[in-house]
Ligand binder design. Structure first.
Ligand SMILES: [Zn+2]
Ligand SMILES: [Zn+2]
Length: 338
């Protein structure tokens, strides 16, 4: 049996649409018919070879780590026809991170759609223990699997009334800002893309635009606009430019949370951290508990996942649109035609 898939062969080249063998199902796995798979900046980093120094990936591999599918070959917990969402970081199952429900930090982690075949295909075989039952439109649900859970993990512990600066306008930042607003935090979003900021404004999130001609970096722009410091700064970009001065934007005992992976350096005088009691935290994906949390928040209607659907044949267009910063929300690939 064969299926259609978008295969990653070589850095810097478009994904190749091919017929490939139907997935082999291993012990503890179920086969999903992929209904929707989100396209993440991580996929673009991989396609462009921007992570080749840090991440072992051996092509050919089918990318796609943000997956919602219907079980077609069930196992012990899930039966045929169940709609599920995938927690994509598959751990060893034995270390302290795996045992505490945080396999994203496992030393032996293997990410579906990165180190093993993922969701830009009609079918995928995945471990049953990493699936969560969901109901609803798969195109809207798919972004929960990565953007959503990461947003959930990024805003954890932020309370009503806390002041929060969100840096970035991608899917994760959009979901996080909506959650913060719905939870009563005082949020402002800083970015550069006018159409994305307009979309955030439409959802009731105040925004400020960084303009090149102002000669200010993002933190300076946010400060000059709001004239205050923040309890939290959430950096969904993580570039040199966004990290520059971001700790200066924090109130006493404030916390910088870095989520984006654009490879910047954080250069901070230690006395700033000590004298003001500041904290820095890296946010990588989320825990099993966060996956349950984001599914619940979604069902409660706290945010829109803002999907932008593309067919499997259009995947390279979706990648280009993402690179050109044209996608407002999340590009979601729909590999099954029926
Ligand atoms: Zn991702
Ligand atoms: Zn482990």
């Amino acid at each position: 049996m064969v299926m259609r898939a978008a295969v990653f062969h070589e850095e810097g080249k478009p994904l190749s649409l091919e017929e490939v063998p139907y997935p082999e199902r291993k012990e503890g796995e179920v086969i999903l018919k992929v209904r929707a798979a989100g396209l993440c900046h991580g996929d673009v980093h991989l396609v462009l070879g921007e992570w080749s120094g840090d991440l072992q990936i051996s092509p050919p591999v089918i990318l796609g780590h943000e997956i919602v599918g219907d079980v077609v070959e069930g196992g012990k917990k899930f039966k045929d026809g169940d709609r599920v969402i995938l927690y994509s970081s598959i751990g060893c199952g034995k270390c302290k991170y795996c045992l505490s429900g945080k396999p994203q930090f496992c030393e032996r982690v293997s990410v579906v759609g990165v180190q093993r075949n993922g969701g830009f295909a009609e079918y995928v075989s995945v471990p049953e223990d990493y699936l969560f039952k969901v109901d609803g439109d798969p195109i809207h649900l798919a972004p929960l699997a990565d953007a959503g859970i990461t947003a959930y993990s990024a805003v954890k512990g932020i309370k009503r009334g806390d002041s929060v600066a969100v840096i970035g306008t991608g899917a994760v930042a959009m979901i996080a800002s909506q959650m913060l607003k719905s939870n009563g935090a005082d949020v402002i979003m800083g970015g550069r893309n006018p159409s994305k900021l307009a979309k955030a404004e439409e959802m009731g999130i105040p925004t400020v635009m960084m303009k090149r001609k102002d000669n200010m970096n993002m933190s300076q722009t946010l400060f000059s606009y709001s004239q205050k410091k923040f309890d939290y700064v959430l950096d969904f970009v993580g570039s040199q430019s966004t990290l520059q001065d971001s700790m200066w934007l924090l109130s006493r005992e404030g916390e910088l949370r870095i989520v984006g992976e654009f490879g910047g350096y954080l250069n901070v005088p230690e006395q700033l951290i000590v004298l003001r009691g500041l904290k820095v935290k890296g946010v990588l994906y989320g825990s099993f508990e966060d996956m349950n949390g984001i599914i619940k928040s979604y069902q409660e209607g706290k945010f829109n996942t803002m999907p932008v659907p593309y067919k499997l044949e259009e995947i390279n267009d979706a990648i280009n649109d993402l690179i050109e910063d044209k996608i407002i929300g999340r590009a979601v690939i729909t590999p099954s035609s029926d």
